[in-house]
Design a protein around this ligand. Sequence first.
Ligand code: ADP
Ligand code: MG
Length: 609
Amino acid sequence: MLDVIKLLPDSVANQIAAGEVIQRPASAVKELMENALDAGATQIDLVVKDAGKALIMVIDNGCGMSETDARLCFERHATSKISKADDLFCIKTMGFRGEALASIAAIAQVELKTRRKEDEVGTRIVNEGSVVKEQSLIPMASGTTFVVKNLFFNVPARRNFLKSAQAEMRHIVEEFTRVTLMNPEIGFTLTADGKEMYHLYPGTLKQRIMGLFGNAYEEKLLPVDQEADRVRINGFIVKAEYARKTRGEQYFFVNKRFIKHAYLHHAIENAFLEMIPKDSFPGYFLNIEVDPADIDINIHPTKTEVNFLDVKLVYAILHAAVRKAIGQHNLSPMIDFEEPADLNSDFSIAAKASRPVVFPDIPLDPNFNPFNQKTENHSDSRSWNDFPQHRQPVSGDWRMLYGERTDLNEEKGQPEPIEEKQSNSRYLQVNQSFILTTVKSGLLLIDQHLAHTRILFEKYLKEMENHSGASQQELFPQAFTVSQNDASLLKELLPELENLGFVLEQVNPTTFMINGTPSDSAGYDAVELLERILDNYKINRTDLQLDRKLNLAKTLAAQIAVKPSTKLTEAEMQNLVDQLFACNVAEVAPNGKKIYVIVTTEELLAKFN
Ligand code: ADP
Ligand code: MG
């Protein structure tokens, strides 16, 4: 019988293999840029025409190649980066199979110009479809330039398969972004069809992110830096309030190599979970540094996958690192509470000593009406004190400023003595819904309901972790009857509900006796509370796919938290504020809404212009 197996000629084998390595112009961009990095370049310029289909040029100032290496580099498995198979396990450089240039040359017209510092002249080689067409010596600066023209010129099927120029360009920019992000100390440019799209100067990672995504990122980033045994995570996350509706800036690197890792992505998403609205995505630029021996990179050059020996550990560290960054941000120095200055004022001491309060004599014009003021009275030369009726109420009694002028109009001409409580008041309730207080930078306005929701949410999460929810016994246990479905859901939730302080006892397939409820649910009808919990739990489950504990904590917190339009005492407000800023995340409620706003002094001043 005749032998049927034949070896493919190299050129054909190269073309087939090339299809795996170089799928589109962006793949060639990536390989060439990574080679330039490996060559130790400090400046790398990328030039493309027609989204790389007509031209891809990468110019670097790296180590260059000798004449022999310049010829050899196009050979399959020609690499200066591995010599034994063992090295595959501790790869630090970017490319590592000596396949990229062979692949590119198999499907394009490639011109290479390269010179090492120590050589007097450079080498120029033209390679077309794996065949060296020209070779000559040329004068040039040290470094390497690869010019790749007419990609897939000899593989029409591939060429036709390419997407629109716009789409291919997006891929190129994406590869450019990935490479440049992790190398901020290196300068890069990208020029497309004669127009410079990016000019990235050497700098810090933050500056690089701003160079790539715009200066607005200066405000948006939170640093992450966490070092643990064998793992170091650093980079930036985007603050929750800037989370985007589209899966935007999510950049994950392992040892500076871009990877996709659904499980680790989840660690970040989970750390943000309660903070960003549904349908929004967190942004991040993070590098995980690990010992190369602890990972197994799928060495296929186009794959962006990595396996970790202990991925659970990396998950935990990553989650903690992101949480820490969010937490630190929320304890930002912006919220610098003022010392209650009036506490030690003479007035307050006098009041404490229950001496009669003597009010300074404030001349008041009972007929004063700010809206009747004639314009000619307002001459610029007059100072504030020229209008006696504008004198500040020295006692600090804010009631005088807020329309309670009746007592001032009485014959005695003096206000009633003011209770100490009000004069020392650091907190003012606005519309029985917001708490107003001053901080060093201006006014702080807190939504009381959202603040309390956040406090309870974190408390409930902790209680479920520690099985520590306090319970109050119901004097008259109520029966809670539900549908079959709800009964099985309730049974499923029973352990967590008990940790929160509910004491439920199933008496028949669809009825539970409520013997106890969480201690802070006093005043709520137990049946109604449980009904609401079940309803909201189901909504959260389908809308947000929250995990069970988060869901329950969120649901219960929203139910029990103090409602808007509820009057709070000074002590209650104080308590709420103190507890809010002791939370892990004081800034946003579990539903993603902002809990407080700060109106800065500058903003206030601007309002009076
Ligand atoms: P790999 O990067 O996996 O080694 P490549 O095919 O990408 O394989 O490159 C082959 C070899 O060519 C590299 O190992 C390197 O020695 C050399 N080389 C490629 N690009 C450059 C460059 N820009 N500067 C210097 N040497 C280069
Ligand atoms: Mg390479």
